[in-house]
Design a protein around this ligand. Structure first.
Ligand SMILES: [Zn+2]
Ligand SMILES: [Zn+2]
Length: 324
């Protein structure tokens, strides 16, 4: 009798545990609340906000916060956060999606300003391998991060360099460098990068995105999407098979794509069950509406992102006045 009880208890515990357990999941936590606020992009529909060629967004997930990218001018995110009454001094973590200055220029300003209020503010920056590699352009250094690194470290801040995907707080994953499964070429100029193996074409190998595992599916936040949005979503969903992509937020670098390329991208994203698309920065205005139409999304679920626009698990996209 006792042994039957023990076995049935064991079996029950096993059955309860297994469905929540994934091979690569550490915490097993599924995020219940998400709020993403755009702090830098081209379009602005908030008073006193500043538009620019750049990207930044504050991501809040079950009480954790991470700033994804830091804008294109040193002051933009500082000004926009103030205009939106968002306090960044209680944010410790930053993700720099890649080296380009339209994503990294605000880091030093923000760290120096916020550490006056909290020494830990913006003191930990996640990056992927390749972000500090030299990019020579006409005999000078074309990668600002080479100079930013020592300056940032002087403030007591730390870079954490990833070579593969990692969970950084419960339910929040960084992709690490993205495998280029499909030949997407979502960048403007093909320069050169000095990798440890030699000089090669710069495909922005460090391009990395944030993935939240939530109760409604996964939410993917991209910077410029240079690795290709389909490659990014392919890698992101591999860890969470069968789950829909409830939200895709950020820059997708589709503004130069032909109609045929946009058709392909739309069809691929549709196959991943993308439910909400907040296309900011380099996504392109025409590209957002092309994707909306072909993916069967609506005025509520696919929009151009502006400074101050939000995405939440509860309400989906909360647009600014202008892009409604
Ligand atoms: Zn870029
Ligand atoms: Zn960019």
């Amino acid at each position: 009798m006792w042994s039957a009880f023990k076995w049935s208890t064991f079996l029950l515990a096993f059955l309860l545990f297994v469905p929540t357990c994934r091979a690569d999941s550490r915490s097993g936590h599924v995020v219940g609340e998400v709020k993403i606020t755009i702090l830098s992009t081209m379009l602005v529909s908030t008073r006193d906000g500043v538009g620019e060629w750049g990207f930044s967004a504050l991501v809040e997930a079950d009480g954790h916060k991470i700033l994804v990218d830091t804008g294109g001018s040193p002051e933009t995110v500082l000004k926009n956060a103030a205009a939106l009454r968002i306090d960044l001094s209680d944010v410790q973590d930053v993700l720099l999606t890649h080296n380009h200055s339209d994503h990294t220029s605000g880091l030093l300003t923000l760290r120096r300003e916020m550490m006056k209020r909290n020494p830990n503010a913006l003191s930990r920056v996640y990056v992927a391998r390749g972000i500090f590699w030299s990019r020579p352009v006409n005999g000078r250094e074309g990668n600002n991060m080479v100079a930013v690194k020592p300056e940032y470290e002087k403030t007591g801040g730390k870079f954490i360099e990833l070579t593969e995907g990692e969970e950084i707080f419960p339910g929040a994953w960084l992709t690490g460098p993205i495998t280029r499964t499909y030949p997407e070429k979502n960048w403007s100029d093909l320069g050169k990068v000095i990798a440890p193996t030699g000089i090669t074409e710069d495909t922005i190998p460090e391009d990395m995105s944030l993935v939240l595992e939530t109760v409604k599916g996964i939410v993917v936040v991209t910077g410029c999407g240079h690795a290709g949005v389909v490659n990014i979503v392919t890698q992101s969903t591999k860890h969470f098979p069968g789950e829909p992509v409830y939200g895709l937020v950020g820059g997708l670098h589709l503004y130069r794509q032909t109609d045929a390329q946009l058709d392909w991208t739309s069809d691929m994203l549709k196959s991943f069950k993308v439910e909400n698309l907040l296309g900011a920065h380099c996504t392109g205005i025409e590209a957002v509406y092309h994707l909306r139409q072909r993916m069967g999304l609506s005025r509520k679920t696919a929009l151009v992102g502006s400074v101050g626009a939000e995405f939440t698990l509860r309400d989906g996209i909360r647009p600014g006045e202008l892009e409604k």
